[in-house]
Design a protein around this ligand. Structure first.
Ligand code: AHQ
Length: 251
């Protein structure tokens, strides 16, 4: 009697590439676009202090991204990958004269903060950053530091779902939050093509690295970890800025 031949269905052979990608994309169900705080934010249900609280806390995430990306680079022995990955750092930190379109995403997010009524010092001092936000973001950076570069790349694939959340903001905020100057929304507009470029690279790495079923399953677990980072960040922001927050404590 021959032992059952290994098959993808039996859990021993890797899934075909298209099925593996579909399973990665199916994780969208856990993306923070579905978090109650994000649904209130993008439907116009939040007060200005709550929007400012979110912007100030997400600034901590944005500032961490180039450090996370540098951690991935520091683990990467492949020059071709580093050449492509280096673009991500420039996207966030800026390049050349660091002015205008060269200022970088962290500066553009600073402009978003100022458009909501925060000061540059409020953002850069990190004084509004909540413990749960700091823990979630630091967990992401530390994951990149201690993981192989391929898993670090895979963890960025939550951006497969990011174009929709940016599009929601661009579509809704001007009417929901007319008190925010429309120029402040530039970060969301700028990020969409960059996210699409980065996801293309990330999926190439995931497909090349995950040549066994175990690695494919591990990639799904890595993506779930990052989804949990984003979800936990919003949990902490939601808890910090309740509708009945004392007026004098509001950002
Ligand atoms: O503005 C975002 C960004 O620059 C990045 C980089 C990428 C990564 O390396 O993990 N993920 C990411 C994300 C950004 N914005 C988030 C949002 O909701 O505005 C989404 C987030 C992501 O989907 O991972």
């Amino acid at each position: 009697m021959n032992a059952a031949l290994p098959t993808a269905a039996s859990g021993t052979l890797p899934w075909p590439a298209a099925e593996f990608e579909a399973r990665l994309r199916a994780k969208e169900a856990g993306y923070h676009i579905h978090h109650a705080f994000n649904q209130r934010l993008n439907s116009g249900a939040l007060a200005p202090f709550q929007v400012r609280g979110w912007v100030a806390n997400r600034f901590y995430y944005q500032q961490a991204i180039p450090m996370k990306d540098a951690a991935v680079m520091s683990n990467c022995d492949d020059r071709e990958t580093r050449r492509r990955w280096a673009l991500r750092l420039l996207d966030h930190d800026g390049h050349d004269d660091f002015a205008g379109s060269h200022a970088g995403g962290i500066e553009v997010w600073t402009q978003l903060g100022i458009a909501t009524g925060l000061t540059r010092d409020e953002l850069w001092s990190q004084r509004h950053v909540q413990p749960g936000v700091r823990f979630a973001v630091d967990a992401y950076v530390n994951f990149a530091r201690r993981s192989c570069w391929q898993e670090g790349v895979i963890s960025s694939l939550t951006e497969m779902f990011a174009p929709k959340i940016h599009a929601d903001r661009l579509a809704g905020w001007p009417s929901h939050y007319p008190w925010i100057d429309a120029s402040g929304l530039a970060y969301f507009r700028n990020r969409i093509p960059l996210a699409q470029r980065d996801v293309e690279h990330g999926l190439e790495v995931a497909q090349g690295w995950c040549d066994t079923r175990a690695k494919q399953e591990r990639a799904l677990a890595v993506l779930q970890f990052k989804l949990d980072v984003l979800w936990s960040l919003l949990d902490a922001v939601e808890r910090a800025y309740p509708d009945d927050m004392a007026t004098e404590k509001r950002p």
